[in-house]
Write a protein that binds this ligand. Sequence first.
Ligand SMILES: NC(=O)c1ccc[n+]([C@@H]2O[C@H](COP(=O)([O-])OP(=O)(O)OC[C@H]3O[C@@H](n4cnc5c(N)ncnc54)[C@H](OP(=O)(O)O)[C@@H]3O)[C@@H](O)[C@H]2O)c1
Length: 293
Amino acid sequence: MTRIGVIGTGMLGKAVGLHLLESGYQLTVYNRTKSKTEELKNHGATVVDSPKDVARSSDLVITIVKDANAVKDVSFGKDGIVDGKHDDLIVADMSTINPNASKEIAKQFSKHGIIMLDTPVMGGPNVAITGKLVLMAAGDKDAFETHKKIFETIASKTFFLGPNGTAHSVKLAMNLQIGMLALALSEGITLARGAGVDPEVFLSILNSTYFKTGMSENKAYNMIKDEYSPTFTLSNLKKDLDTINEAAKEFGLKLPMATKANEIYKKANDEGFGDLDYTGILAYLKKAAKLVD
Ligand SMILES: NC(=O)c1ccc[n+]([C@@H]2O[C@H](COP(=O)([O-])OP(=O)(O)OC[C@H]3O[C@@H](n4cnc5c(N)ncnc54)[C@H](OP(=O)(O)O)[C@@H]3O)[C@@H](O)[C@H]2O)c1
């Protein structure tokens, strides 16, 4: 059976790892902060001290870290993945990063004879734990086919898009939806509240229409109770909006709503809302709208 490694056992990496163990795979894991590997260890994962050690004992290494700099650190930094290279090692990066950065990283890996696939996903840890993510892949098609069974264990739907960078471009377009939906929903709730209407009434009506979303049918009910326990942090969504705007610039595009949304999430992050779930943008708007109790 293919030996899998996971580097980065934050919220998403831990859930992906637990599901792979549950599915019978042999798993080696590394996280910069070791304590976050404890639960995986208790479920049978081997915990090692460096990305190099993960690479040495894995056929497929999945990186699930914060951003492009973190991917570079674990790949090419001290005791990085390339230091543990061996024949047939394939890397799949599941972090959300700039498509151009991904192309560069894949190129750098290829100089070491290692194939790197982009494999960003949609869906949070609660979805990853049951293998129901949606996975977008890009890079070497044969490498994708080699490990397709594993990607199909992680995700209920997989899409192969083309050369490195393409999957991340679509992933950024997806996260733009998340950022905008959370804002639209939060401003709708804030407006209803400001007009003296129970936000639950607003949600019942919204969810009776064509304009309902998974977010308005699910997370919105936690939002109106001020419950923002994170599955995907506001600071990570802000990081993705930074990346969306950076990529748009590189593609020579103007995305006015993305630019505005970036400003709002940046302010919320700067004012201390970053560790909340991204839907905590409502808490920031509530404060900004001066509706704090
Ligand atoms: N959560 C979701 O719903 C979701 C869904 C799709 C995609 N993603 C993407 O998946 C990635 C991980 O997200 P997450 O929610 O798991 O975030 P998270 O809980 O904040 O975890 C971030 C991970 O990155 C590691 N990291 C950060 N900087 C590093 C560096 N310089 N060197 C090595 N490791 C570093 C952290 O290590 P430490 O523990 O040591 O800080 C941690 O393991 C992000 O790119 C995110 O955008 C998340």
